[in-house]
Ligand binder design. Sequence first.
Ligand SMILES: Cc1ncc(COP(=O)(O)O)c(C=O)c1O
Length: 477
Amino acid sequence: MKNQPYLRIKFKAPQPGKKHTCPEIVQNIKEQILRHRLSGLRLPPIRFLAHQLNVSKTTIQKAYDELISQGLVESKPRLGLYITPAQKEVQIPSVTKAAFLATDQGPAYLNYHAPPSPKTINLSSDLINPDLLPLQKISQCFRAALANPDLTSKYYVQGYPPLRKEIAERLQKYGINAHPDNIVITIGSQQAISIIFRSLTGATIATENPTYYAAQRLFKINKNKIIGLPLDPFQEIQMDLWAELIQKYQPQALYLIPNFQNPTGHSYSSSELQQILLLSKKFNLGLIEDDWGSDMLSFSEFKPSLRAIGGENVFYLNTFTSKLLPSLRIGYVLASTKNIPSLLYTKSASCLAASSIDEIALYEFLYRGYYDAHLTKLQQALDKRYKFCLKILRERMPANIKWTLPGGGPMLWLEVPRHISLEKVSSKLQKQNIYIDLNQECFAGPPNLHGFPIGYAYNSLENLQKGLEALALALTN
Ligand SMILES: Cc1ncc(COP(=O)(O)O)c(C=O)c1O
């Protein structure tokens, strides 16, 4: 009750050389209560109002007594004086009556990324077990960031310059011709996707079907028309069909995840990448490459990105969150010089800037060489888990179940024959506290796959085995 809000009172200035009288104070408070139908608020303490008006406490006490007598104010024992509740409270209109975004997704979808708890097994989580993350080194870098003189009151709209330089140097090693001025740091790569598509509001966008579910959300919010290009991770991409769809619908841009595609784990072959560049040229199609996953894959240095072979017109985005610490929300976009002003305009409108502390700490992490050392260890650990998962799948799954072979990383796609109801499988598993993700938001158009992701990076190996064995049984019966 101590934090109950006080009535804030405005008083007209008294006559020159005079002080407010008790009747004037009563009249003033009364008018404000009645005119604005205020109710339930606490009157300010006597000493406070006496100080505000420069009158004696006795004057205020008398005014309050008068307000009690008039029934406008009541005394609550040990709590103070409160405005008597009005008969009818003012109803605030709901903001949803205005043009607030309407969504048919329940709040359950907000928990989609919730990490598995010790009692439950989330078989579809793409998160990485905290034991594999370099928490101690990150905390050292945060200590260094706090002592860094660059951490002044200003913030960096485009991102901390030395961090952009580190990232550019990293990208050069991967064959990407990047300049720090062409990099915009974002709050996770999710914001990179967001600011790119904000700049493309209303445009027609082609994307893989299925694709990253939260990119789809942004397309919807931005009123982009979506053209789903069917991606079957068990076959070569049907480039002729893609070309046909692109010719028919004339999208302005193509959003792709060519390395470790989410949710299938598919990585494009060089010939597929080349064909995409040809499509881009032929149909004047902007390319947006989301490279969120390549750092998690061993040997990714041998898988050049679309940006590396396609040049500066390909928007390239990447992130440090998933592999370093999901709560360290830092990603970036690399764009051509002519697109930087628009990205900065959109970013600054959405958040002004990302947290400089985080940016400086990440800079330290890269500069000290911790990131490369961490990735080597992480990739080995993920490879081991991947192989473990494949072994159980091979040993336990019925013959009609197939899965993708992403070669490492945190997850693969398990494909199930259409006659098996995924909902039934899911509810059988839920009874054992095991969860699979049947979120359909990843489909850009009619679902052309019938399955779900299997994550092997988060759960303990024991729980992973338990979950997969239960899944195999649920798919058999
Ligand atoms: C394909 C893809 N892009 C972007 C993101 C966003 O990552 P973050 O915002 O955590 O950097 C994710 C997250 O899982 C993803 O899977």
